[in-house]
Design a binder for this molecule. Structure first.
Ligand code: SF4
Length: 331
């Protein structure tokens, strides 16, 4: 069976428009460069990496909030990049988005009911009474009181607002939801509640998730497979056990070594890998392997001249590193 979502060679470059010199030189920010992955029906793929690695841009390109520079996106057998007008609108009914900031993503002048009914209004679905009924049902599904339908976002906490954001995404009964850092703006205690809610909803509605996050602990909890991104590229992709228990790419190893574990004894024994330097500019990413300026095991000139392709190190586990097999660093 073909995957629900298939992304091949996705590329998004933004022209640099600030400053006369840079724009004249035709500089571009290479936010996403030749990214490929697929998501099966009912599974959760995590996209993880530091800020600015291109994970959110990837999510926005998939739903065509941003127009990709190159590459192909197929959803349920349809070429998403060719969609226009009504067919694009229908696609957006099937693929919904949950935004990171529940404070900024809900219009403060609209009641919860108006916010949630908006997708139904845009798609011309149901009568006013039916929409109100659907909003009440959905508020209950996400663990809120249906009577909150007439209340405004400022009357609620971040966690409650994010529940409304989730309810809004569910109103059109989508097949897939792209969750863009849905818990990173919330308190730790609330994060677990929202993650649990998303898991319950996945079972109830048969949803497929693309889950974007920088927090490896969150990804581990909810994802079936994980794609690690660095400077616009996927550097490691595999089942979450493969990536967490047997990371091959030095960047994944460094990220994992920095993620705290709940057992104080294990935490004390861990060997933290400190990466030197800052993330290079995506305007002029390093040649060869983009990670070579910070990699603790880089070999020159190979790493600075030749870009390593994603290759399989085990079934379903791919790594973009020339020394993925021969230089495993224990985490
Ligand atoms: Fe490090 Fe070279 Fe592997 Fe890149 S290809 S991760 S620089 S060892």
């Amino acid at each position: 069976m073909s995957p629900l979502l298939e992304v091949k060679g996705l590329t998004k470059h933004f022209p640099v428009s600030k400053g006369v010199i840079l724009s004249r030189l035709g500089e571009t920010v290479k936010a996403v460069d030749d990214v490929s992955f697929s998501v099966e029906q009912g599974e959760t793929l995590g996209l993880v990496g530091e800020s600015g690695c291109g994970k959110s841009t990837t999510g926005r390109c998939i739903i065509r909030l941003l127009e990709p520079t190159a590459g192909s996106i197929h959803f349920d057998g349809t070429d998403v990049r060719k969609l226009r007008g009504r067919r694009l609108k229908a696609f957006r009914r099937d693929v919904q988005f949950i935004f990171q900031d529940p404070y900024a993503s809900l219009n403060p002048r609209m009641t919860f009911g108006e916010i949630m009914a908006e997708p139904l209004v845009i798609h011309n679905l149901g009568t006013r009474r039916e929409r109100e009924q659907r909003c009440k049902e959905m508020l209950e599904v996400v663990g809120l009181n249906p009577e909150h339908i007439h209340r405004y976002p400022h009357e609620f906490s971040g966690g409650q607002r994010q529940r409304v954001g989730i309810a809004r995404a569910l109103m059109l009964r989508p097949k897939m939801i792209i969750c863009d850092e849905p818990v990173s703006a919330l308190d730790v205690s609330i994060q677990a509640q929202i993650i649990n809610l998303l898991e319950e909803l996945q079972d109830e509605f048969g949803l497929t998730y693309l889950f974007i996050a920088h927090d490896l602990a969150v990804i581990r909890h909810i994802c079936d497979r994980v794609a690690v991104m660095y400077l616009g590229k996927v550097v490691e992709l595999g089942g979450w056990r493969q990536v967490y228990n047997d990371p091959h790419h030095p960047y994944t190893q460094a990220l994992l070594s920095a993620a705290p574990v709940p057992d104080p004894e294990k935490q004390r024994q861990r060997n933290r890998i400190i990466l030197r330097g800052d993330v290079p500019s995506p305007i002029k990413p390093p040649s060869g392997c983009r990670f070579h300026t910070r990699c603790p095991i880089a070999q020159f000139p190979l790493c600075s001249e030749e870009e390593p392709p994603l290759r399989e190190v085990a079934k379903g586990h791919q790594v973009a590193c020339h020394f993925a097999k021969s230089f495993p660093i224990p985490v």
